[in-house]
Ligand binder design. Structure first.
Ligand code: HEC
Ligand code: HEC
Length: 325
């Protein structure tokens, strides 16, 4: 092989490499997302993806439209960033049928459960959604173009994710959130399709095995524990109770709870709160707000049940997760 050919091959190789780099934020060339430091991406994944997952499949765990559908629908109505952000914040603060614009989703999934998000969280998420491209399910482009949006590409700057070594906090959070997603999708899916009574039976039989399946997947011990437990296996121990009351105090103080990481030699112990939203109250609310037939079945399945009497945005329990370093 002659030298020239070798050089041109090397150049070709270099230019291919260069191409990969072009996945940077176009306005901040060579400064990927992490350097711009936008909190919105992580906040969206933590607070919205449980339901608005970009990967959930139709008929298989999809319990809300993917976030890109929300973005696209709201951009149709609101060109300006300020209006877009305000509209998303307003809906998340008070989800209701009259203000909902996504009528198909409303019919299919029911109105979004009311949840209390820590202050400013939703505004940062909406700000990120407006400025940056968010994950799209593969079917979305065709689906959206089918709604009369020819040659559609998602508005916003491209995002590069820089792969870094995960911290113990990030690992614990990943285990907690993916288990929450699995339980949440199954629970909300069953409520949407079969009603609360069936969903109760489902939790009774499947909550533990589903949680255990995630322990197995991650080689970790994943538990949901509570000071007012329903299942006697989920009773919080002394240490867990300490963190539970700390998380309760965060809510009273209107602070976003940070995960707790405890270093135990060769193991890591992780804690994170599980707050209630309106949907939970169907089975964990005050007696007068639970349907009589549901209450009757709860009493029958769990004679020693402590897990009722909750309002919205209270600490129902915590994730208590142990994993090896
Ligand atoms: C517990 C499940 C759940 C979570 C968590 C959730 N949503 Fe939703 N959301 C839904 C469902 C179901 C719909 C579709 C029905 C509707 O439009 O209300 C929806 C719809 C929406 C809509 C469109 C409403 C409309 O019809 O105009 C917005 C905006 C929205 N969500 C924002 C958010 C944001 C922001 C977050 C995270 C901070 C979030 N949601 C977290 C379930 C959820
Ligand atoms: C359809 C009824 C139903 C709904 C709705 C429901 N739960 Fe539960 N929940 C149960 C049942 C039943 C158990 C006991 C599961 C078991 O025996 O393993 C349970 C257990 C739990 C536990 C484990 C601790 C304990 O008390 O045993 C937590 C934490 C929990 N639920 C949180 C929630 C949250 C948060 C929501 C709303 C996002 C919610 N639940 C919605 C029925 C429900």
């Amino acid at each position: 092989m002659n030298k020239l050919l070798l050089i041109s091959m090397a150049l070709l190789f270099l230019s291919c490499n260069k191409k990969n780099e072009s996945y940077t934020d176009v306005e901040n060339e060579n400064k990927p997302l992490d350097t711009i430091n936008h909190n919105g991406k992580k906040l969206m994944e933590t607070h919205c993806y449980v339901c608005h997952s970009p990967t959930a499949k139709e008929n298989e765990g999809r319990i809300a439209p993917p976030m890109i559908a929300v973005k696209s629908r709201y951009l149709m109505e609101y060109d300006l960033k300020e209006d877009f952000v305000n509209a998303i914040v307003a809906f998340a603060e008070n989800p209701n049928k009259d203000d909902a614009m996504m009528h198909g989703a409303l019919k299919k999934f029911g109105v979004m459960p009311k949840q209390v998000f820590p202050e400013n969280i939703v505004a940062q998420i909406a700000d990120f959604m407006y400025d940056y491209q968010i994950e799209e399910p593969t079917w979305f482009k065709e689906h959206w173009e089918g709604h009369g949006n020819d040659n559609w590409t998602q508005p916003g700057k491209k995002v590069v994710v820089v792969e870094k070594q995960k911290t113990y906090e990030e690992i614990g959070l990943e285990y907690a959130l993916s288990t929450k997603k699995l339980l949440g999708q199954n629970l909300m899916g069953t409520i949407q399709k079969k009603g609360t009574l069936e969903a109760l039976a489902f939790c009774n039989i499947q909550a533990m095995p589903l949680t255990d399946s995630m322990s197995l997947k991650y080689s970790a011990t994943i538990k949901r524990v509570s000071d007012k437990n329903r299942n006697s296996n989920n009773k919080a121990n002394a240490e867990e109770l300490v963190y539970l009351s700390q998380f309760k105090k965060d809510i009273t103080d209107k602070k976003e709870s940070k995960p707790v990481v405890v270093d135990n030699g060769d193991k890591v112990q992780f804690y994170y709160p599980i707050p209630t939203n309106t949907m939970c109250l169907q089975c964990h609310g005050k007696t007068e707000n639970i349907k009589p037939e549901v209450l009757k079945k709860i009493k029958a399945l769990y004679p020693a049940d402590l897990a009722i009497g909750y309002g919205e945005n209270e600490v129902r329990g915590i994730w208590s997760i142990t994993f090896n370093k």
